[in-house]
Design a protein around this ligand. Structure first.
Ligand code: DGL
Length: 270
């Protein structure tokens, strides 16, 4: 494995591009290969077994592409597929998830006492955030809420409009989120609606910037493993999706802040 090898990043769809974008900002010399499993999006409604299977298959694909590390840029796959993928790949290459860095960040900040978590049904059902936060922060209260319509809504390009506002407000007005001091956007699609969420809470609740927290963690881990790319060549980015539609193509720029070329690669048919 070479330092110039790409970082592999995957998500159920294009939401993980928010993480890829944050990574390229803190690590501008890194090559990246992104895989969005758009054929199976949303993962949030799938069984744990299905999510484990998808994660393993995509992990193998990224390994076959010569990636030096894999970032699971999906909370649902991090909740349910991370342990199996890590076990399967063993010491072959580092596997990073998007949950542990956010939990560690909350624990380091010391001042969060009532943390809200919004995520897909599968992530909330796994209870992984509540378990990990309670193990790291004494007396913390965690309020978890499944918000299953948000990821498909965002992936279809619905945000900053009346439809998204109505759906977001319907979820956020849940009594569960009444007294929170901070909110974890526990789905990599949600940074796209961060502004609308901040507006709903009238800036009285701290909305954690999960993509940035994860990107800083990737930088720290690759530095510790002496895996940073030292080349000053222009980095190469490749973007694969398992199913390509025009709505994905048009939304990618919003997630990655740059025009990108999506290549269809149906690893499921192989
Ligand atoms: N982006 C994925 C996550 O972070 C979920 C969206 C989906 O349901 O596929 O959980």
């Amino acid at each position: 494995m070479k330092n110039s090898s790409p970082i592999g990043i995957f998500d159920s769809g294009i939401g993980g591009l928010t993480v890829a974008n944050a990574i390229r900002k803190v690590l501008p010399h890194e090559n990246m290969i992104y895989f969005g499993d758009t054929a199976h999006m949303p993962y949030g409604d799938k069984s744990a077994e299905a999510i484990k299977y998808y994660s393993l298959k995509i992990g193998k694909f990224l390994q076959s592409k010569g990636c030096k590390a894999i970032v699971i840029a999906c909370n649902t796959a991090s909740s349910l597929g991370f342990a199996d993928l890590k076990e399967f790949l063993g010491d072959a290459l580092p596997i990073l998830n998007v949950i542990d860095p956010v939990v560690d960040y909350c624990a380091e900040q010391h001042h969060y006492q009532r943390i809200g978590v919004i995520a897909t049904k599968a992530t909330i059902k796994s209870d992984i955030y509540a378990v990990k936060l309670k193990a790291s922060i004494a007396d913390v209260k965690v309020q978890s809420l499944a918000t299953p319509l948000l990821a498909p809504m965002i992936e279809e390009g619905f945000f900053q409009n009346n439809i998204s506002k109505t759906i977001i407000n319907a979820y956020l007005s849940s009594p569960k989120l009444k007294k929170i001091d901070s909110l974890i956007l526990a789905c990599t699609h949600y940074p796209l609606i961060r502004k609308e969420i901040e507006e709903y809470f009238n800036n009285k609740v701290e909305i954690l910037n999960t993509a940035e927290i994860v990107a800083d963690d990737v930088k720290r881990k690759l530095t510790a493993l002496d895996l940073l790319n030292t080349s000053s060549e222009k980095p190469k980015y490749q973007f694969f999706v398992s199913d390509k539609t025009s709505s994905f193509e048009s939304s990618t720029q919003l997630f990655f802040e740059d025009k990108i070329n999506l290549v269809q690669n149906n690893i499921w048919g192989k």
